[in-house]
Design a protein around this ligand. Structure first.
Ligand SMILES: *Cc1c(COP(=O)(O)O)cnc(C)c1O
Length: 224
């Protein structure tokens, strides 16, 4: 608990100083605690410390944690298969990894069925790495136009991962590119206020470049 509290304090301090450096308020950035290296006990403690948003990247492996910690916002941040949408829909507030129309269609279908709406972010492969999921930047505009037809999906912004680099400064151009892509695609009626970018190694730079959500695992829960 003390270690987690300590980590949380460090992350918050770094977040605040990055925000202030960019002339932004700390309340503009939401911390998403990524749970892949955390136990249910860890995340309960994180909630007690005041963390309200949690991110999971696997449906089955994380199901017990999601079930074990209701009353917080759960964000799905991993690659989502269509046949898993039915498990996501009742418990997650947000899916950050929408990256294809077939998935949007399936989410719309289940949202209608369960009489709810779901917040989504569109995942962009901003680095162009083969190993990463997400739309290519030039696909984002046309995708948004089509996805706007799915009335149960509240499209709020974009999500991306920078390539893994030693020096976080090297990630800056990718974050900037995501912000510019958002600005370019903020079409009528679709404001795209959210930019989910930045992880343990590079979140300060991401905040300087306009992140509204940072997804942090290791810096909070340690690496496993
Ligand atoms: C694991 C993961 C994170 C958090 O990574 P850390 O380096 O542990 O902070 C963020 N986003 C996604 C999509 C992840 O899978």
């Amino acid at each position: 608990m003390e270690l987690l509290a300590d980590n949380y304090r460090k992350v918050t301090t770094e977040l605040e100083s990055a925000a202030s450096k960019a002339g932004r308020g700390p309340e503009e950035i939401r911390l998403i605690a990524v749970t892949k290296s955390a136990s249910l006990e860890d995340i309960k403690q994180a909630a007690e410390l005041g963390i309200t948003d949690f991110g999971a990247n696997r449906v089955q492996e994380e199901a017990d944690k999601v079930k074990g910690l209701p009353g917080v916002n759960w964000h799905f941040i991993g690659h989502l298969q269509r046949n898993k949408v039915k498990y996501i829909m009742p418990v997650y507030s947000t899916v950050q990894s929408l990256d294809r129309l077939s998935l949007a269609k399936e989410m719309q279908r289940w949202a209608e069925k369960s009489g709810r709406e779901i917040t989504v972010l569109v995942q962009v492969n901003i680095s162009g790495e083969e190993s990463k999921f997400g739309l290519r930047p030039e696909e984002v505009g046309p995708f948004l136009e089509q996805a706007a037809g799915f009335d149960r999906l509240k499209i709020k912004g974009l999500m991306a991962m920078a390539p893994f680099v030693d020096d976080p400064e090297e990630a800056r151009p990718y974050f900037r590119r995501l912000r510019e892509l958002r600005d370019k695609n903020a079409i009528r009626g679709l404001e795209l206020p959210e930019l989910s970018m930045g992880m343990t190694n590079d979140f300060a730079v991401a905040v300087e470049e306009g992140a509204t959500m940072v997804r942090i695992g290791g810096a909070l829960f340690g690496r496993k």
